[in-house]
Ligand binder design. Structure first.
Ligand code: ADE
Length: 248
C-alpha cells in the first residue's frame, strides 16, 4: 500500500557514525537545536562504528600500511557500519576530515534543504582510502586545524544546518543568513546601556533613520570583510576596496 499524500516534508535527519556515540546529542540537545530536536523538527541517530567489529576485541583500527605511527580506521569495519545504517541513496555521505573541502554557508544551505546527511566521524590517523572511494564519502573540513576526531566537526555542521530548517528559527534571524550569503561578515551590534565604560552606542543607530542605519551597517560589514577576510572579499564579483576600512 502506498502512503497517503501529505504536504509535510520528510523529517531532516542526521545519521552519525562514530566511535563515541555518547558525544551525541551533546550540545545539539541544548538551546535552539535541542528544542527543535525535542519538538521533532529534526532527528538524530548516533551509531557506534564498533558495533560492526567482528573480532573478540572489537577492534576497529590497525597500523598504517607502509609504516609510521598511529592507527587507521579499517575499511571493512567502516563499510559494514555504513551499510548497516542503510541510509537512502539520495542522502549525502560525508566524512569529517581536516583534509576535506572547507565547509561553507552555501554547502550548509544545500545540506539543510536535502534529506539530511550520513556523517562519518574519523579518528586515529585517518580512514582507509578504499572505503572512502567505495562508499563515495565526501570529505568535509570545518577549518585548517586538527581536532582529535570528527565528532566536534559533525556537531558544528549539524548545528549550522538545523538552525536553517523550517520552524527552527524566527523570521528575524533568517534575514541574517542572506547577509552572510552575500559574502560579507556581519556588522557590529550594540544594545543597552547607552553608555558602556564611557563609550556610547554609535549615534546613527539611535537616529531612527532606517536608510542611514542600513548604509552604516553595510559600510561596516564591507570594511570588516575587507580587513579580516580578503579571501571572501575577492570572491565577490567586481570588488574594489570598501569606502571605509576598519581594524582587524
Ligand atoms: N577532524 C579533525 N579535524 C577536523 C577538521 N578540521 N574538520 C573536520 N573534521 C576534522
Amino acid at each position: 500500500m502506498t502512503a497517503a499524500p501529505t504536504d509535510r516534508p520528510a523529517l531532516w535527519r542526521a545519521t552519525v557514525l562514530t566511535l563515541f556515540p555518547e558525544m551525541f546529542p551533546g550540545p545539539l540537545g541544548i538551546s535552539l537545536a535541542g528544542r527543535a530536536l525535542a519538538s521533532d523538527l529534526w532527528a538524530l541517530d548516533a551509531r557506534d562504528i564498533r558495533a560492526s567489529a567482528t573480532d573478540r576485541h572489537r577492534s576497529v583500527d590497525d597500523t598504517p600500511a607502509g609504516g609510521r605511527p598511529g592507527m587507521v580506521l579499517r575499511a571493512d569495519i567502516l563499510a559494514a557500519a555504513i551499510d548497516a545504517a542503510a541510509v537512502a541513496p539520495d542522502r549525502p555521505r560525508l566524512l569529517m576530515s581536516p583534509r576535506g573541502r572547507p565547509l561553507t554557508q552555501s554547502r550548509v544551505v544545500e545540506l539543510a534543504r536535502g534529506p539530511g546527511p550520513l556523517i562519518v566521524c574519523g579518528r586515529f590517523e585517518g580512514v582507509d582510502q578504499r572505503v572512502i572511494d567505495a562508499r563515495g564519502l565526501e570529505e568535509v573540513s570545518i577549518g585548517d586545524y586538527v581536532l582529535s576526531g570528527g565528532e566536534i566537526a559533525a556537531i558544528a555542521l549539524i548545528d549550522a544546518c538545523v538552525r536553517l530548517l523550517p520552524g527552527v528559527m524566527g523570521k528575524e534571524a533568517s534575514g541574517a543568513e542572506e547577509s552572510f550569503s552575500e559574502g560579507l561578515l556581519e556588522y557590529p551590534q550594540y544594545t543597552r546601556p547607552q553608555l558602556f565604560e564611557g563609550v556610547p552606542i554609535p549615534e546613527i543607530l539611535t537616529s531612527g533613520d532606517h536608510a542611514k542605519v542600513a548604509a552604516w551597517r553595510r559600510a561596516q560589514a564591507e570594511a570588516l570583510t575587507w580587513a579580516r577576510r580578503p579571501d571572501l572579499w575577492t570572491a565577490r564579483p567586481g570588488q574594489k576596496a570598501p569606502k571605509s576600512t576598519t581594524d582587524g
